[in-house]
Design a protein around this ligand. Structure first.
Ligand SMILES: [Mn+2]
Length: 299
């Protein structure tokens, strides 16, 4: 028997209802996601803020690093980003919901504050579990193509309205976490949801232009230089590129513009792991500021 791909899996429905019960009569909620938030983190936050508003819950965003400029258009009326206030923006809230994170340490500068929160945060995520998850009550499933898929499920289970703004935010999450519907997490369900999002008002070409065709000129200069450093190890299936110290300043771009560069060495036939060490000084290091791209990973 074939099941309807759009139906919410039973264990997710149960988890979403448990999360809403745990939320209780909370009226002031904060949302957070990982450092250097991506399309899934930002899209999921924007969509959930708008969905919670339909339930009379006011939600604002507090991230460990600034909202990415390339997703500024997700901050529509009703999506309030209080990241610049830092941990202070977590004061006076009834509950924190952490999105797209399985390890509390990915909250960066907010980690200590979040560890001390009572009640503990709630989590909606699709990564493999970690030793120290943020919070105690979870909606989590590694089979979800993006955290945005789980936010879609929240809307379905609670029978909330998918407005064009919410559809746009969720499409951003699905599109970016699947690499433009190309990676192995592009499931039948992912595309079934994307289809519903188009029907709800998403303009796919506009989304392509905003996300993939709006790069600053300096980003291509950065890419040109990075590709000049290409190295490979065929035996290990490894490829790498590097970015010179001072390159971001030289091209007047930010760390956000490093996003996606590792996809190029990854695209070489036979390469299973690509590495982009981002260099902060004259020495090459890969301890804490590396971008990895593998052929199969939760993003
Ligand atoms: Mn994700």
């Amino acid at each position: 028997m074939r099941t309807d791909p759009i139906a919410v899996p039973e264990h997710r429905r149960t988890a979403i209802l448990a999360l809403m019960a745990e939320l209780g009569d909370a009226k002031r909620v904060a949302l957070s996601t990982h450092m250097n938030s991506d399309g899934d983190g930002c899209g999921s936050e924007a969509a959930l803020a708008l969905l919670l508003a339909q339930r009379g819950i006011t939600a604002h965003i507090v991230n460990p690093t600034p909202w990415p400029a390339m997703y500024h258009w997700l901050l529509t009326d009703g999506v309030k980003d209080r990241t610049p206030e830092g941990a202070k923006a977590l004061k006076g809230i009834d509950r924190l919901i952490v999105l797209d994170i399985s390890d509390v340490k990915r909250l960066g500068v907010l980690t200590e504050t979040v560890r001390a929160l009572t009640p503990a945060p709630l989590t909606i995520d699709h990564h493999l579990p970690s030793d120290e998850p943020p919070g105690t009550v979870f909606v989590t499933d590694t089979k979800a193509c993006a955290t945005g898929e789980l936010i879609w499920d929240v809307a379905s289970v609670l029978e909330l309205e998918i407005t064009p703004e919410i559809a746009t935010a969720l499409y951003t999450a699905l599109l970016t976490d699947t690499g433009g519907f190309r990676f192995s997490n592009t499931s039948p369900r992912c595309l079934a949801i994307a289809s519903r999002l188009l029907a709800a008002g998403v303009n796919p070409e506009e989304m392509y232009r905003r996300i993939y065709a709006s790069v600053p000129k300096g980003r291509l200069g950065l890419l040109r230089d990075a590709l000049g450093t290409l190295g490979t190890d065929d035996t290990l299936g490894l490829a790498w590129v590097s970015v010179a110290a001072g390159a971001l300043e030289q091209y007047n771009v930010t760390g956000e513009d490093l996003e996606g560069i590792a996809e190029y060495p990854r695209s070489i036939v036979g390469v299973r792991l690509a590495v982009l060490p981002s260099i902060r000084g004259p020495s090459l290091g890969c301890a804490s500021h590396c971008s990895f791209a593998t052929s199969d990973m939760a993003r």
